[in-house]
Ligand binder design. Structure first.
Ligand code: SF4
Length: 325
């Protein structure tokens, strides 16, 4: 019963419009059958590198998603969301025990702004903890639900440092709906960048993946880079032009190719067989475009400098001192 007591009344009865929500209890494990949501108890939330995933699994449905690969050993369907019970409480406790302030990262394996976050507000509660304890944060998302928390992000950035990272894959809105069906459109994500720019919150754009024969063309790249320039992003991260495929994500991707791009699966099979890396023939040309744009616009470029920037904690002493008066 320990687990049930820790889930608030709101969480248990969060959707009164739908029929009865039934919870099954096993030891430390709880399943909400209606929305395929699991509460699972963990001992810790922060990794050794100070990153965290509040949720496991993701309902955004990106057709190329690597996180659904079998190697990650999810014990349930990827769309079934596992919620880490007490995530904000665990984070609060772990931050208190740290000797040095640092950046806390989230969003690597599961978007912190999946739809269930609207009701649970775990990500928001974690941000409040980060602000209260004067840590920094970096978040990676494709959802404009992040704008709900823009006040907190701005405050964190005034006290320490907040970096908002947004993924952009295609400037073609119709294609975006096919590649990333359940999440904000590219234009909505550009709005996130704009809002952050207006509030002086630094942003990093993750460009890609660029799927061979689908969105790996110069026109798309030019339009995405123009968005980055217009919104004064701090840096652009791109791991290469192509996509990676592993057992689990390949099958899902190929099923989607069959649904949306007739004969494309055969093209992929011929070009890449079971390769992990499915590179684009436009790799060099498009990477050059990114680099030239970054250099011309004074943006950070390259995996190493960007990760160094994201993980570097800053304490804005001036703000702290000012707040004393
Ligand atoms: S948002 Fe990220 S984790 Fe979620 S489906 Fe898309 S690629 Fe996967």
């Amino acid at each position: 019963m320990i687990q049930l007591e820790r889930i608030t009344r709101n969480e248990v009865y969060r959707d009164k419009k739908t029929t009865i929500v039934v919870f099954f209890y096993l030891v430390g494990y709880c399943i909400d059958k209606e929305v395929n949501m699991h509460y699972k108890k963990y001992k810790k939330i922060l990794s050794t590198k100070n990153s965290m995933n509040i949720y496991r699994g993701c309902s955004h449905g990106c057709i190329y998603c690597d996180s659904r690969s079998k190697c990650y050993q999810m014990s349930h369907a990827f769309e079934d969301i596992e919620v880490k019970t007490d995530a904000p409480i665990m984070l609060d406790r772990e931050l208190r025990s740290k000797r040095k302030k640092c950046m806390i990262g989230t969003g690597a394996m599961s978007d912190p702004y999946i739809p269930i976050e609207k009701e649970l507000r775990y990500t928001r509660k974690c941000l409040e903890t980060i602000l209260n304890q004067k840590f920094g944060v970096s978040l990676l998302t494709k959802s404009n639900l992040i704008l709900r928390d823009i006040d907190l992000l701005q405050q964190i950035n005034e006290v320490s440092k907040c970096v908002v990272q947004v993924t952009l894959t295609t400037a073609d809105e119709a294609l975006c709906k096919v590649l990333e069906p359940n999440v904000s459109s590219t234009k909505e994500r550009v709005e996130i960048l704009k809002e952050c720019k207006d509030r002086k919150i630094p942003t990093i754009v993750w460009l890609g993946p660029f799927l061979p024969f689908i969105n790996d063309d110069e026109t798309n790249m030019r339009r995405l880079l123009d968005y980055c320039v217009q919104q004064y992003v701090h840096g652009i991260l791109c791991f290469g032009i192509g996509v990676t495929m592993r057992e689990g994500n390949r099958e899902y991707f190929y099923d989607n190719l069959d649904t949306h791009f007739p004969l494309m699966k055969q093209k992929y099979n011929k070009a890449f067989q079971l390769n992990y890396e499915c590179g684009s023939k436009n790799h060099r040309k498009l990477m050059t475009m990114i680099k030239q744009t970054c250099v011309a616009n004074n943006m950070l470029y390259g995996v190493e400098p960007i990760f160094k920037y994201i993980s570097a904690y800053e304490e804005k002493k001036e703000v702290e001192q000012l707040s004393l008066f």
